[in-house]
Design a protein around this ligand. Structure first.
Ligand SMILES: CC(=O)N[C@H]1[C@@H](OP(=O)(O)OP(=O)(O)OC[C@H]2O[C@@H](n3ccc(=O)[nH]c3=O)[C@H](O)[C@@H]2O)O[C@H](CO)[C@@H](O)[C@@H]1O[C@H](C)C(=O)N[C@@H](C)C(=O)N[C@H](CCC(=O)O)C(=O)O
Ligand SMILES: Nc1ncnc2c1ncn2[C@@H]1O[C@H](COP(=O)(O)OP(=O)(O)OP(=O)(O)O)[C@@H](O)[C@H]1O
Length: 508
């Protein structure tokens, strides 16, 4: 979904006019296979998806786990691709053959767009939880310090002339480099960016130079993909080398962070909410219903922050953010003001106001670390009961479904188990796992309601004054998929509707 300008629609050509197939071939050091006479044809952009290829593009045909990009060579050619770049020749397009197309794609896209990360201060954030919030804080800190800032996050990609809700946390390299080039073209001077472990493993950020790479935390998630915590950690750790980043910023509150900090080669700044010996630390933390106050201590002085976003976990995220920018020379007072000005991050501990006499929250918790960080806080806000609406998304780490149900029921009085986005899985089987965890946890009332809208109605129908209702798992992701059917469903909008409808019913 795109709002505002779509830079691709406005630009005749992304590469310069002399960006021909012959130049791309020379850059890759490989001959043109097929029609050698096409060398003078201009390549207007790069795209790795046949469904978004436009006339003049080079189609990067990637061998994936489900498809080989060349399975879609006819679609790419019909859409106007002038070249295929893959690990074997296309039968319908002139081709450049490279050993590992995914590994080649990042550096190629960066070169094609004129190495945009060299002209921007790029702040990367990696970790299991908190990347989105931290990236938003960095964006706000940079803006307050007078920078023109861009944001590349799973919730939003935005900058001057660019605002869209992306599908991935970290875009594939062609889109990433195009975005950075667009930012540069619009005068952006710095950029905050989420770097998922999938992105590192799939070379999506290869070719991007980082001023700062931040490590937030590592916990049990994505093990269906990485196989083990050690492999997951090793993937994240790849970003903390001198070849990748000038400065490493690492939260040592996390066990894996402490381990990483002990071994990193780039200039390293540590931060901690607990350990005053870290380079940057937080003190005097006071968490209330309207936000959290704390003082940050840095080698460049101290500053007071007043976070308006809810939840004690945001202290760690804000601390990581301020460490990143201060480590890169940003004024600490401006940074603190910027971070304190953030009023909310969509779908992250986001209050829903519908005139109800209880607290309603939408949060993107989708692993037990997130639950353990947030549910005790939400419990502390409740003068009555804590009602949790929970499910699990299909195609993601099935091993976490039972624990998700279990932890929810350990903290809540009522657990409503519903569907999230089953993708290609059987939603009933997903719910069965979450229910199994919830039912074995203890005394919470556990209710199953497959329909998400009805589940919200059920949760609010049970809520009374002083209770807290939290809807979890989707955050600000507006799409749900049942097999091939995608539909729009925004948790915040739907929860608000359920609340106002229920109040209307109570009045009439
Ligand atoms: C596990 C994973 O990350 N897989 C991603 C990966 O899939 P893959 O390499 O197996 O590729 P594939 O689906 O077999 O397709 C092969 C090639 O054919 C192309 N294709 C495919 C179909 C078509 O019609 N036309 C076409 O050109 C694809 O663009 C691709 O280049 O490359 C695909 C193309 O970009 C992604 O769509 C796919 O994301 C899947 C759907 C996914 O769900 N990814 C999630 C787990 C992910 O990446 N998440 C992280 C955040 C995690 C977090 O921190 O929470 C993220 O950065 O978003
Ligand atoms: N520092 C933290 N520690 C523990 N849990 C956190 C922390 N920050 C956020 N969370 C939890 O993780 C959820 C996702 O937060 P956020 O979107 O900022 O992280 P993320 O790393 O971008 O996640 P994802 O990659 O899945 O999009 C939040 O809704 C909250 O429940």
């Amino acid at each position: 979904m795109t709002t505002g300008d779509d830079p691709r629609a406005r630009s005749a050509s992304w590469g310069d006019a002399g960006m021909t197939i012959a130049r791309v071939a020379a850059h890759l050091g490989v001959p043109i296979v097929g029609d050698a006479g096409v060398g003078a044809v201009v390549v207007r952009d790069l795209d790795d998806d046949s469904r978004t290829v436009r006339p003049g593009d080079a189609y990067l045909a990637i061998p994936g786990s489900r498809w080989h990009g060349l399975d879609f060579e006819n679609e790419a050619a019909a859409a106007g691709a002038v070249l295929a770049i893959s690990d074997r020749p296309s039968s319908v397009l002139p081709s450049l053959v490279v050993g590992e197309p995914r590994a080649a794609m990042g550096p190629l896209a960066s070169w094609f767009h004129g190495e945009p990360s060299r002209d921007l201060r790029v702040f990367g954030v990696t970790g299991t939880n908190g990347k989105t919030s931290t990236a938003h804080f960095i964006e706000a800190a940079l803006t307050a310090a007078g920078e023109s800032a861009g944001l590349i996050s799973g919730a939003r990609i935005r900058g001057p002339g660019y605002d869209l809700v992306p599908e991935r946390t970290t875009p594939e390299a062609p889109m990433l480099q195009r975005t950075l080039a667009t930012f540069r073209r619009h005068g952006v001077t710095s950029c905050a960016m989420e770097v998922s472990s999938h992105a590192v493993d799939q070379h999506r950020v290869d070719g991007t130079g980082f001023r700062v790479m931040a490590f937030a935390n590592l916990s049990d998630d994505h093990l269906d993909y990485h196989g083990s915590m050690e492999a997951y950690f090793a993937t994240k750790a790849e970003m903390f080398t001198e070849a990748r980043t000038q400065t490493a910023v690492i939260s040592i509150d996390d066990m894996y962070g402490a381990r990483l900090a002990a071994g990193t080669v780039p200039t390293t700044w540590t931060c901690s909410t607990r350990d005053a010996s870290a380079d940057v630390s937080a003190g005097g933390i006071r968490c209330g219903e309207s936000g959290t106050r704390f003082t940050v201590h840095t080698p460049h002085g101290d500053a007071d922050l007043h976070l308006q976003v809810l939840g004690p976990h945001q202290v760690a995220n804000a601390l990581l953010a301020i460490t990143c920018v201060v480590a890169d020379g940003v004024d600490i007072t401006a940074a603190a003001e910027g971070i304190s000005s953030v009023t909310g991050v969509a779908g992250r501990c986001e209050p829903v106001h519908g005139g109800q006499p209880y607290t309603a929250i939408v949060d993107y918790m989708h692993n037990t670390a997130g639950q353990n960080a947030l549910l005790p806080y939400l419990r502390s806000l409740a003068r009555g009961r804590l009602i949790v609406v929970i499910g699990a998304t299909g195609g993601r780490d099935p091993g976490k479904r039972v624990p998700l149900g279990e932890v929810a029921a350990r903290h809540a009085d009522i657990v409503v188990v519903t569907d999230e986005s089953p993708e290609t899985e059987d939603p009933e089987l997903i719910r069965a796992e979450v229910l199994r965890g919830a039912r074995r946890a203890g005394s919470a009332l556990v209710v199953e309601e497959p329909d998400r809208r009805t589940a919200f109605e059920l949760a609010v129908s049970m809520a009374g004054p002083g209770d807290v209702v939290v809807v979890t798992g989707r955050g600000s992701d507006p799409f749900r998929r049942y097999g091939p059917h995608a539909s729009f469903f925004d948790d915040h909008t739907e929860l608000k509707r359920a609340i106002t409808d229920s109040l209307g019913e109570r009045i009439t």
